[in-house]
Design a protein around this ligand. Structure first.
Ligand code: ASP
Length: 311
């Protein structure tokens, strides 16, 4: 593939091909080494304005987009919802039109509504990168997960990956359920019935028994319970979620010998994952995921601001 990337916006993994994903991962590789240098300054985004419009809280995603843009030389402006006119009742489209009038060159958006990034892309004159829309998609998270796995195993094809926990409300699962099978992984979803998708996507094995679901897996991806996206409280039977679905040291015994553990963060230690598992230097890739996040976001900012990218 040439440097002409065939998409104007990054709204989700859905709609990307396996080649598109591999292209973005290959582009990200150069930034991994670059980010480990003492001095990290590239000039390819000099003169460009990047707006990060985050309508929901974020630690990793907001900071890594900001750091990524700055390392590439962009002028980065963060839009803070708490001090914005959204609090005065301004609609999403009006806010987008306002930001667009300031002539940004790329907009990174996180919003609590599914489809918000696509809605905003309709009115923006610049590329839009979805940094998480409701329980929809979080494409840069799936890309950084794929890069982390590809660097660890040298491949994604054939890996047995168990995505565990609150799949139903997770945009991380939403994106990974598109990317990982496209890249050739064998993906299972594992969790209590009420946290699995109401109609499980065809082609995925689904398990409500945690120990059965993670047996023999090369990768366990644990997810936080997304209470903020639930319309109803969890049933009482899930009161002791940790005893049924928590990833404990004993349960690691069930995995493949070189298995790894991932979590997109923020973690709730003692709920979906134990602290000693999250910190296990042999198994845990959680901080590698954060590191790869900066590289992936640099690649996305670079690729999506190229003048010759697709319509
Ligand atoms: N940080 C991820 C997200 O924004 C995962 C999470 O919040 O649990 O979706």
């Amino acid at each position: 593939m040439s440097s002409a990337f065939p998409h104007r916006h990054l709204l989700g993994i859905e709609g990307l091909s396996a080649d598109d994903i591999r292209f973005l991962l290959d582009e990200a590789e150069q930034w991994v080494e670059f980010n480990r240098r003492a001095r990290k300054q590239d000039g390819r985004l000099i003169g460009l304005t990047q707006i990060n419009a985050f309508f929901e809280n974020s630690t990793r995603t907001l900071f890594s987009f900001e750091i990524a843009g700055k390392r590439l030389g962009a002028q980065v402006a963060n839009f803070h919802v708490d001090s914005s006119s959204v609090k005065k009742g301004e609609s999403l489209t009006d806010t987008a039109l306002t930001l667009n009038a300031m002539q940004p060159d790329v907009l990174v958006i996180r919003h609590e509504a599914n489809g918000a990034a696509a809605e905003v892309a309709e009115v923006m004159g610049c590329p839009v990168i979805n940094a998480g829309d409701g329980s929809g998609e979080h494409p840069t998270q799936a890309l950084l997960d794929a890069l982390t796995l590809r660097r660890r195993f040298g491949r994604i094809e054939g890996l047995k990956i168990a995505i565990c926990g609150d799949i139903r409300h997770s945009r991380v699962a939403g994106s990974n359920l598109h990317s990982l099978p496209l890249l050739g992984a064998e993906v299972r979803i594992v969790g209590p019935e009420e946290l699995l998708p109401p109609s499980p996507p065809p082609g995925f094995a689904s398990f409500t028994d945690f120990e059965e679901g993670i047996s023999g897996a090369d990768v366990v991806m644990t997810l936080r319970i997304q209470r903020e996206r639930m319309e109803e409280a969890l049933s009482d039977s899930l009161g002791d979620y940790h005893s049924l679905y928590g990833l404990t040291r004993e349960r690691l015994e069930r995995l493949a010998p070189n298995a790894v553990v991932m979590h997109p963060g923020p973690m709730n230690r003692g709920v979906e994952i134990d602290g000693d598992v999250a910190e296990d230097p042999e198994r845990s890739l959680i901080l590698d995921q954060v590191e790869m996040g900066v590289a992936v976001r640099m690649a996305c900012l670079d690729v999506f601001t190229r003048p010759d990218r697709g319509a």
